[in-house]
Design a protein around this ligand. Structure first.
Ligand code: TMP
Ligand code: ZN
Length: 412
C-alpha cells in the first residue's frame, strides 16, 4: 500500500494508494482550434487519485484551480438529455410537496442551464440557483430561472441568507462532487438550511463505479466520488444528518441523499445501503486496488480494439463528447489519429476539439449521413436515449461500448 502526504478533505486522514494518470487536460476545456500555439499552451496537470480508507471517500489529490474548470466557457449543458429532464421534473414534483408555495423557497447549488429549477420558475415557486459558470447561468436566466453566478461558499451563504433568508430545500445534483472545498460548502449549507428544511444531494455512487469499472467518472471537475459513509462523515461534523437515500441508474449509478438538521428516523433503505457498503468492503484498500486493475484492463482493451480496427482501415467515431471520456481517451492514448470525430448535440461543443486528444466534435445531425463503421458510445450513460434516437434516424453503425467491458452491438 502506498501512503502519501495527501490528507483527506473529508476527515483529514492520510489518503491511500495513489493512482497516477500522468498529464491530463481539464476535461471540459474544449479547444476552439488546433494549431501549434494552442496545443503548446494547453493546460495539463498530473492527475492523481486516491482513496481514504478511514471514510471511504475517493478523491483527486491535486485538484486544479477551480477558476480553470468553472468559467464563462463551461461546456456542459445538462438539458441535452430528454431523459435527465424528465428525471429532474419528477424530483421537482416531489420537492414541491414539501414546500409551502407562499412562504418557502428552494436553493439549488450548481443550477447549470436551469434544467431543474425551470419547473419551479414555470409554476411560480420562489427559487434561487447558484452556479459558478457565467455562460450556463445566462442560459438558465433565459429559461426564466432566477440564478446567481458565484461559487457557493460560506460568504455566499451569508449573502443569500441576508437577502432571501433560510432555505426550506437545498438541492445539489451532480455538483457536490465538483467542489474541492467540501467543508466550506457544508458550513455554508449549515448557515442557510432551515431547521425543518431538507438537503438533497445526488451524484454518481462509489459502489456503482467500483462495480462497473468507470474510472472515467473521475476527472478535473469530478473531484470526489461519494458514498453514504463519506457523506455522513462530512455532514455530521456540521450537525447535518443523513436520514434517507434513493438509488438511480442515471450516470452509470447514482445515489440521492436526504439530510436534515433534525433527528429524523433513519429509513430502512438507508440502513440497507450502509450494510451494502460494509459488505462490499469499501474500507478495504484491496477493493480500490482491484478496481484500479479493472480500469487499466478496460483502457487497454479499448485501445487494442481501436488500433486493430484502424489498421483494417475502418472509420471509428465516437458519440457524446463527454467530460468523462477525457479521462479514458487521454489515459489510453486514443487521439485524433485513431478516432475520426465525436458526434454531439450540444451547440457549444460542435466545431471544437477534445482536450488533450484533439478529436473534432461534429454535429450529431451528421451522424446518419456519415455512418462510421464503428461508433464508440462515450455517452454510455445515455445509451437507451441515443441508440433509440439513431435507430429512428435509420443510422448505420456498429456501436462499441467499453464499460463494464468491450461489447459490440449491431443495432441497425
Ligand atoms: P454526460 O454523460 O456528462 O451527461 O454527457 C453527455 C454528452 O452527450 C453531452 O455532451 C451531450 C451529449 N448527448 C448527445 O449528443 N446526444 C444525446 O442524445 C444525449 C442524451 C447526449
Ligand atoms: Zn477521509
Amino acid at each position: 500500500m502506498n501512503k502519501s502526504d495527501c490528507l483527506c478533505r473529508v476527515c483529514s486522514s492520510t489518503i491511500s494508494d495513489i493512482f497516477d494518470f500522468g498529464n491530463m487536460p481539464i476535461a471540459n476545456n474544449l479547444m476552439p482550434v488546433i494549431n501549434d500555439t494552442y496545443t503548446k499552451n494547453e493546460y495539463k496537470y498530473n492527475m492523481k487519485i486516491g482513496v481514504c480508507i478511514n471514510c471511504s471517500s475517493l478523491q483527486i489529490v491535486n485538484v486544479p484551480e477551480k477558476e480553470l474548470m468553472f468559467n464563462n466557457q463551461y461546456a456542459y449543458f445538462a438539458s441535452q438529455s430528454e431523459f435527465m429532464k424528465s428525471h429532474f421534473e419528477k424530483l421537482g414534483n416531489k420537492v414541491m410537496q414539501l414546500m409551502d408555495k407562499e412562504k418557502d423557497y428552494i436553493l439549488e447549488i450548481g443550477s447549470n442551464d436551469g434544467i431543474f429549477l425551470k419547473y419551479f420558475a414555470d409554476k411560480q415557486y420562489k427559487h434561487l440557483g447558484v452556479d459558478a459558470s457565467e455562460n450556463v447561468v445566462e442560459t438558465a436566466k433565459k429559461n426564466g430561472v432566477n440564478a446567481l453566478c458565484s461559487f457557493f461558499d460560506e460568504e455566499t451563504s451569508i449573502e443569500i441568507n441576508n437577502k432571501y433568508g433560510k432555505a426550506k430545500i437545498i438541492v445539489i445534483t451532480n455538483t457536490m462532487h465538483h467542489i474541492e472545498n467540501c467543508q466550506e460548502v457544508a458550513k455554508g449549507i449549515n448557515n442557510i438550511l432551515a431547521e425543518d428544511g431538507t438537503l438533497i444531494i445526488e451524484d454518481p455512487y462509489l459502489l456503482d463505479m467500483y462495480k462497473i469499472g468507470s474510472i472515467e467518472q473521475v476527472y478535473a471537475e469530478h473531484n470526489f466520488i461519494w458514498s453514504l459513509h463519506s457523506y455522513k462523515t462530512l455532514f455530521e461534523k456540521h450537525s447535518i444528518k443523513l436520514f434517507d437515500v434513493e438509488h438511480f441508474d442515471t450516470h452509470g449509478g447514482s445515489m440521492r441523499y436526504y439530510f436534515s438538521k433534525q433527528n429524523l428516523n433513519k429509513t430502512s433503505t438507508m440502513q440497507e445501503y450502509i450494510n451494502l457498503e460494509l459488505n462490499n468492503k469499501i474500507f478495504d484498500i484491496n477493493t480500490f486496488i482491484k478496481f484500479q486493475e479493472n480500469c487499466i484492463n478496460i483502457s487497454k482493451e479499448l485501445y487494442n480494439f481501436v488500433v486493430s480496427k484502424s489498421k483494417e482501415g475502418k472509420i471509428i467515431a465516437g458519440y457524446g463528447a463527454t467530460a468523462k471520456s477525457a479521462t479514458t481517451l487521454n489515459y489510453s492514448n486514443i487521439d485524433k489519429n485513431l478516432i475520426s470525430c465525436i458526434y454531439d448535440s450540444t451547440p457549444f461543443k460542435i466545431g471544437k476539439y477534445t482536450p488533450g486528444t484533439h478529436i473534432e466534435i461534429k454535429d450529431a445531425k451528421l451522424f446518419t449521413k456519415d455512418s462510421p463503421d464503428y461508433t464508440i458510445l462515450f455517452a454510455w450513460n445515455h445509451k437507451k436515449e441515443i441508440i433509440e434516437k439513431e435507430k429512428n434516424n435509420k443510422s448505420k453503425t456498429i456501436w462499441v461500448e467499453y464499460i463494464p467491458e468491450l461489447k459490440l452491438t449491431y443495432e441497425n
